[in-house]
Design a binder for this molecule. Structure first.
Ligand SMILES: [Zn+2]
Length: 66
């Protein structure tokens, strides 16, 4: 088993209806994929996320075994 990081968009406040989740080997990659997803699915620009938003999203990234 290998450690990986996972983020489920539905865990995010206000995004409960979103079925998307991303899993990657590094947190860095998860952030990239989250940004990608936010842009495609929610029309958000990750560049606009402030520190508070980033801190919050960071708490939603879970370590998983794959
Ligand atoms: Zn989403």
């Amino acid at each position: 088993m290998t450690k990986a990081y996972s983020y489920a968009c539905g865990d995010c406040e206000g995004m409960e209806a979103c079925p998307a989740s991303v899993t990657a080997e590094t947190k860095d990659e998860v952030w990239q994929l989250m940004g990608h997803h936010a842009r495609i699915a929610h029309g958000e620009n990750p560049v606009d996320w402030d520190q508070e938003t980033r801190d919050y999203l960071d708490t939603l990234i879970r370590e998983v075994d794959v």
